[in-house]
Write a protein that binds this ligand. Structure first.
Ligand SMILES: C[S@@+](CC[C@H](N)C(=O)[O-])C[C@H]1O[C@@H](n2cnc3c(N)ncnc32)[C@H](O)[C@@H]1O
Length: 264
């Protein structure tokens, strides 16, 4: 009941402010330790692995060159990186859950895929090691300060482009369904971000650095794109067309806002 009330209050405040704001600092009941995630992956790894790598398909639609070396942070099942191996020169997946990494070691994976057990706050890679880095369903686990330090570390190992996928606060239906589910399942206990909050978070994380960058918020996971992208293999021209479903869909229908940073 209390939770419902606070949601309503935050929505009322949001409407008044002309923007949507949620509390990013209440981490009570969140999955934060590697052992929390070990338990999750013991149960869910096979199911996640069998799911369509929608985010990987969407990344492919952005048209990065074949020579791309990609990094996924907080990869879990790494289904997206495993898919991207067939598109890019190589793909690296990082997670701090030893169970997730063990499960990946037992899967048959292409030779240009590697899984590394490491904390996202202290990645075992040199500066600018990867052309492209991405994280989805990851930054929303943390407080603003923690999220900021993870983004700074992601930027350190990224040469050209980084993508930060955040749950979309403009999608009120999705947020309400997470509010309902999080009562019984910590997996749904994540922060949602509005467009301006997401851009603000990443921009301020990078502001202390010396690199110049362009920043934008893209939409991912509209119902139409999800339907079309069920097939992992479609020609590039068809994929580019299907990705337009996300570009044209209203922001309230997107599952994620993906903050894209291009270093110049
Ligand atoms: C929601 S899951 C991501 C799922 C993944 N995108 C997939 O499709 O399978 C979040 C992941 O972040 C990982 N994680 C959380 N905190 C981390 C940290 N500090 N360093 C590295 N990985 C972390 C968890 O172990 C978990 O696998």
């Amino acid at each position: 009941m209390e939770r419902d009330l606070s949601c309503e209050q935050s929505r009322a405040a949001s409407e008044k402010d002309g923007d949507l704001v949620t509390d990013k600092e209440n981490l009570h009941g969140r999955l934060l330790a590697a052992t929390d995630w070990d338990q999750q992956w013991n149960v869910w790894f096979d199911r996640y692995s069998a799911g369509t790598p929608r985010f990987g398909i969407w990344i492919r639609s952005l048209g990065f060159p074949q020579s791309t070396r990609s990094l996924e942070i907080g990869a879990g099942s790494a289904r997206d990186s495993r898919y991207l191996c067939s598109v890019f020169k190589n793909a690296t997946a990082v997670d701090f859950s030893a169970t997730a990494i063990d499960c990946l070691a037992r899967c048959s994976t292409p030779s240009n895929f590697r899984a590394v057990c490491a904390d996202a706050g202290n990645l075992p890679f040199p500066d600018r090691e990867f052309d492209l880095s991405f994280a989805r369903g990851f930054v929303g686990l943390f407080s603003t300060a923690e999220a900021t330090s993870k983004i700074v570390e992601q930027a350190r190992v990224t040469k050209s482009c980084m993508l930060v996928g955040l749950h979309n606060l403009h999608n009120l239906r999705l947020r309400d369904s997470f509010d309902e589910k999080r009562r019984n399942d910590s997996l749904y206990n994540v922060s949602f971000y509005s467009r301006s909050e997401g851009i603000g978070l990443v921009r301020s994380a990078l502001a202390g650095g010396s690199r110049e960058f362009r920043i934008d918020a893209l939409k991912f996971g509209s119902p139409l794109f999800n339907r079309i992208s069920r097939s992992t293999w479609m020609p590039d021209w068809m994929l580019r067309k299907s990705a337009l479903a996300d570009v044209w869909s209203p922001i309230r229908l997107a599952e994620n806002l993906v903050i894209r940073v291009d270093f110049v």
